[in-house]
Design a protein around this ligand. Structure first.
Ligand code: NDP
Length: 285
């Protein structure tokens, strides 16, 4: 069966181009969106994610700054930094790169970020607002998935969406966003008995597990749309998703690759949230 490869790279570029124009318009009004990224330690994956986020934000004209704190920083010092960013009028978006070292209570740090500047959409206020359908910053990966579906003309209404994974940053929020878009949603996790029984019913299957290529043709209904969120490193050093692409793709009507699917959208939506935050704040002045 011919399938459509959802090109996350191209769609993310589209979003970034639109944002660049938007930032240009804001600058004419004297508004410069500002992002602060706080990185604790020198974890190589975090370093690479942060570099990507800073580069992409500069590309669209967001004024971004990296705040580096050393691995031994105390919780109090980190909270102080977040509070400074909360108060700084030039900052519209704050992102604390996770994971944080063990001496720091991650939940406490997230809860300290002002909800109006929480462009990662992780604070309890934004999560709560998302669930009750109020205005909120959506977490970037789920927001990116919704944008991928929309821009690929894949309608969600009335479809059965099955989400594998229930993390706070992907599985839970994407389930609520899909439900708000009028899908019927089933959530699966590590204790689900007979996973293929559920996944085979999916019109839209979201894999957000973190297990290399565990979703195979046995899990997929012919004609389904498959969104692979997983980013896993194989033994040979190559990146792989949660979906065994070569086996699953021919069964689908549309599928995202890894890399080049959901990943690029995550950064694009971070930029979108930051620009949105600047617009919201300035419209309140
Ligand atoms: P977590 O480890 O926080 O959550 C994984 C989820 O998968 C859990 O809910 C877990 O269930 C479930 N799970 C684990 N094993 C199984 C199994 N055998 N069958 C069914 N469910 C299972 O991961 P994240 O949500 O943070 O990330 C998931 C993947 O997405 C990772 O590969 C990560 O790298 C990637 N990712 C990609 C992003 C992107 O930009 N593309 C952004 C964020 C993440 P339980 O709750 O029961 O433990």
């Amino acid at each position: 069966m011919p399938y459509h490869m959802i090109d996350g790279k191209a769609i993310a570029q589209q979003v970034r181009n639109e944002l660049k124009e938007e930032v240009g318009r804001l600058k004419e009004q004297g508004i410069i969106p500002g992002l602060r990224v706080i990185l604790v330690g020198t974890h190589p994956a975090s370093e690479s994610y942060v570099r990507g986020k800073i580069r992409a934000s500069e590309e669209v004209g967001i004024n971004s700054e990296l705040i580096r704190l050393n691995e031994e920083v105390s919780e109090a010092e980190l909270l102080q930094k977040v509070t400074e960013c909360n108060k700084d009028p030039a900052v519209h978006g704050i992102l604390v790169q996770l994971p944080l070292p063990l001496q720091i209570d991650t939940n406490k740090v997230i809860a300290t970020i002002s909800p109006e500047k929480d462009v990662d959409g992780f604070t309890p206020v934004n999560v709560g607002n998302l669930i009750i359908g109020q205005d909120a910053f959506f977490p970037c990966t789920p927001y990116g998935i919704m944008e991928l579906l929309k821009r690929s003309d894949i309608s969600v209404e009335g479809k059965h969406a099955v989400v594998v994974g229930r993390s706070n940053i992907v599985g839970k929020p994407i389930s609520f966003l899909l439900q708000q878009a009028n899908a019927t949603v089933t959530m699966c996790h590590s204790r689900t008995v007979d996973l293929p029984f559920y996944t085979k019913q999916a019109d839209i299957l979201i894999a957000a597990v973190g297990r290399t290529e565990m979703i195979t043709s046995e899990h997929v209904k012919p004609g389904a749309v498959v969104i692979d969120v997983g980013i896993n490193r194989k033994e040979d050093g190559k990146l792989a998703g949660d979906v065994l692409f070569a086996d699953v793709a021919p069964l689908t009507s549309a599928i995202t690759p890894v890399p080049g699917g959901v990943g690029p959208m995550t950064i694009a939506m971070l930029l979108k949230n930051t620009v949105q935050s600047a617009i919201r704040k300035e419209s309140k002045r």
